[in-house]
Design a protein around this ligand. Structure first.
Ligand code: ADP
Ligand code: ZN
Length: 730
């Protein structure tokens, strides 16, 4: 008997071993084993058991131990992961370990027995360890970074003899061991709320979705913000629960939207478990176990929850399906929505994709009849859609980017005791120089491209050809002398707003001000409680929060999204403006949205004023068709970076040659070129884009070329990755 064992290693999908160790039961795929791999003891997962292997058995080593009596990765999840690893061209072992909760990655028992973990004593300090005891110091440091504690097994991955080190540290009273109980999830009490009476559109959606139960079918629930999509989810989930089933709800970042969790708990009489980034390992494992044992009936989670094992999964919901944070941007670069659809197909259950601004891909699938298209066109209850204004910034006197009109509207809304939100659209976009008179950006004289402004050295640069110069004294288009940089920072804006509104309590929400895990949830709760009147924020604020007292939203720099080199930018800009606008006036008061721009004639902004999302999306789909972008083409992006640019470039050039050989005219290999963000953390970045009209040839080319590419000498000198269906070209 030969075991194929997947190991978290980029070296390959699986490796062969012989049975061995103490076997708690019969051997099955999905059980974890300890193996010796290139001199290190690692945890792997059995993915197949065969009569014969590829290597002669006398060359194979036995596994050192079998860790589980039952598979921790059930057969259906193993199949899902195999499909996902193949689709994203990622090693299977790494894919499996991405999907497992940390506790299972680490070799702790899966049956929930309380394991012993070691923790640093609360008053321990490194000074108490003798200077020369490097290993003890390193171990103590590691424990101090793990407040939940670590088992010896994990420490053994980093230290030769952790027990001896722990003993020495324990004698000084610097570490202590304890049992880490897993415990079980709190049971939900009787629900204390009943849902509203559904309106006709909601009821029609619920009827259609309920008729799907028991078979695979994807539905796009396309409903404007506040139209009551969540009520539709709840109604269908209630039916699933009544049939003894379980439901999985994926959302972009639920630790940011505790409302969703609270609403589910208040309404459903069954146990609801959440899985998100703010949980510690034990909490995450507890939720994972509760789902796989059937104790939790509803799991609400971020993208990785799509790999959770269930006992009786009958429904999958992907909320805010357009949100790019559903796509993992490192390691196994999977899209939570697309994996959810694959999972629905393998499970034979319906998948609901919900959004007020569906991705162009999903909308196109719905329009072509691949998905069922359900629409909610009205806001539920009394809420009315917000009024939109476009403010022409050209020639205006600005207080650091704030127009007089926006300040006046702020004064009016604040005067009525309302909250105001100022939204900055920054990450992922590049700073530009524009003419304050006519709005024309400063272009590269050699390329059809805008230059990028590098503020610290006051230079404009072209990221295509390398052109660099001082910013021109006058606008090359109209000759006026005033050029302005767009891309104001949140801190700068905060200063200005504080000086204009010194008596209004203000909070700024961005990655710099929200550094600790609970900063953001706490800030959001304070905003909801009305502790702040002015809220300044970036992307973090655009996600589905519900603040009924915010009646004015100012989008300070809508132009940022108009000049990106990423073809996704217009779609993201429109989604963001509509999502942010949806934050205004969810209560009884109608909301108001002010967009500031130097491009008042820009077609996309004009469309935002007078067209709805469906119309704008139609235009965007046409533009994508003309340029041969998805959904009309399929992409894979090969990124490479290195401290010395040439190393990454050389690698990509060789890779491009191998792709061209493998592709035979069916796949274009575009590049390599410098990445839009040319340098990050001291590494120069380049990319190669593969494009094909059909998925099949693209994947065949990847399958054929990647093994050879992995063996290239230059592949070792660059850090590189494959991104299938990239959502971000930066
Ligand atoms: P969405 O998920 O589409 O943004 P929600 O489901 O959160 O919308 O609904 C928005 C608000 O309208 C919520 O406060 C919800 O309780 C309320 N609501 C939803 N459906 C109805 C309905 N049929 N009657 C009255 N209020 C409703
Ligand atoms: Zn000009």
């Amino acid at each position: 008997m030969i075991l194929s064992v997947a190991i978290p290693s980029p070296a390959g999908d699986s490796f062969e071993y012989l049975p061995g160790g103490d076997q708690p039961g019969s051997l099955q795929p999905g059980q974890r084993v300890r193996v010796d791999f290139a001199g290190r003891a690692l945890t792997g997962v059995i993915v197949a058991i065969r009569e014969t292997g590829d290597c002669p058995p006398d060359k194979l080593k036995p596994v050192k131990a079998v860790l589980d009596s039952e598979p921790v990765v059930p057969a259906n999840i193993l199949e899902l992961l195999e499909r996902v690893a193949r689709y994203y061209h990622h090693p299977l072992g790494e894919a499996i370990f991405t999907a497992l909760p940390a506790r299972l990655r680490q070799h702790l028992p899966a049956d929930g027995e309380d394991p012993v973990v070691w923790r640093a004593a609360s008053d321990a300090s490194l000074d108490q360890v003798p200077r020369r005891a490097y290993q003890q110091r390193a171990l103590l440091e590691r424990l101090q970074a793990a407040p939940d504690g670590l088992p010896v097994e994990t420490l053994r991955l980093h230290f030769k003899d952790p027990r001896a080190l722990l003993k020495a540290l324990a004698e000084r009273g610097l570490v202590e061991s304890r049992k880490a109980p897993v415990g079980s999830l709190p049971k939900n009490g009787t629900p204390n709320q009943s849902g509203p009476v559904l309106n006709d559109e909601q009821q029609a959606a619920v009827d259609a979705l309920e008729s799907d139960l028991g078979a695979f079918q994807v539905s796009l629930l396309d409903g404007v913000t506040g139209s009551g999509k969540t009520e539709v989810y709840l109604a269908v989930i209630e039916t699933v629960l009544a049939r003894g089933g379980q439901a999985l709800v994926l959302a972009p970042e639920i630790s940011l939207t505790p409302q969703l969790e609270r609403r589910f708990r208040a309404r459903l009489g069954e146990t609801v478990a959440v899985m998100h980034s703010a949980l510690n390992d034990t909490e995450r494992f507890r939720a994972w176990r509760a789902a796989s044992q059937g104790e939790a009936k509803v799991i609400i989670g971020t993208r990785s929850a799509v790999f959770t094992a269930f006992k009786a999964l009958q429904l999958i919901i992907v909320d805010e399906e357009h949100d790019s944070s559903l796509k993992q941007q490192s390691g196994l670069r999977y899209h939570g929505r697309d994996v959810a659809i694959l999972r629905g197909q393998l499970t034979g259950c319906p998948v609901i994709l919900g959004s007020a601004t569906p991705s162009l891909e999903s909308l196109n699938n719905a329009r072509q009849g691949k998905y069922r298209h359900l629409r909610l066109t009205r806001r539920a209850g009394n809420a009315r859609p917000p009024r939109l204004h476009l403010v022409d910034l050209r020639r205006q006197e600005l207080a650091e980017g704030l127009s007089r009109f926006l300040m006046e509207r702020m004064r009016v809304h604040l005067g009525q005791g309302r909250q105001v939100m100022l939204f900055l659209n920054r990450r992922g976009y590049t700073p530009l120089m524009l003419c304050h008179e006519c709005g024309t950006p400063v272009d590269c004289p050699r390329c059809a491209a805008h230059t990028v402004w590098h503020a610290p050295i006051n230079q404009i640069r072209c990221h295509h050809c390398g052109y660099q110069a001082r910013p021109p004294a006058r606008c090359p288009s109209c000759g006026e002398p005033e050029l302005v940089a767009i891309g104001l920072g949140a801190q700068k804006l905060e200063q200005v707003v504080r000086s204009c509104f010194p008596n209004e309590p203000l909070i700024r929400i961005d990655r710099d001000s929200m550094t600790r895990k609970d900063d953001l949830p706490r800030a959001l709760a304070a905003i909801a409680a009305g502790e702040y009147n002015i809220i300044i924020g970036t992307q973090l604020l655009a996600k589905g929060h519900d603040f009924p007292n915010i009646t004015l939203v100012g989008i300070v720099d809508v132009d940022q999204g108009l000049f990106s080199t990423d073809f996704h930018a217009p779609e993201k800009l429109v989604q963001q403006v509509i999502q942010v606008s949806g934050r205004a006036g969810r209560g009884d008061e109608p909301g108001e949205v002010v967009m500031q721009t130097h491009q008042p004639e820009h077609p996309l902004l004009r469309q935002l004023l007078c067209e709805d999302y469906a119309e704008i999306a139609t235009g965007q789909l046409l533009e994508r068709a003309e340029a041969d972008w998805p959904p009309w083409a399929h992409l894979a992006l090969i990124r490479a970076s290195a401290p010395k640019g040439e190393a990454a470039m050389e690698f990509l050039e060789e890779a491009a040659r191998l792709f061209r050989d493998a592709a035979r005219d069916e796949v274009e290999a575009l590049g390599p070129v410098t990445a839009p963000m040319t340098r990050k953390a001291g590494r120069f970045r380049f990319q190669l884009l593969l494009r094909a009209p059909k998925r099949g040839p693209l994947h065949r080319a990847l399958d054929q070329a990647l093994p050879a590419i992995r063996k290239l000498k230059t592949a070792r000198r660059a850090r590189w990755s494959v991104d299938v269906d990239p959502v971000d070209m930066m």
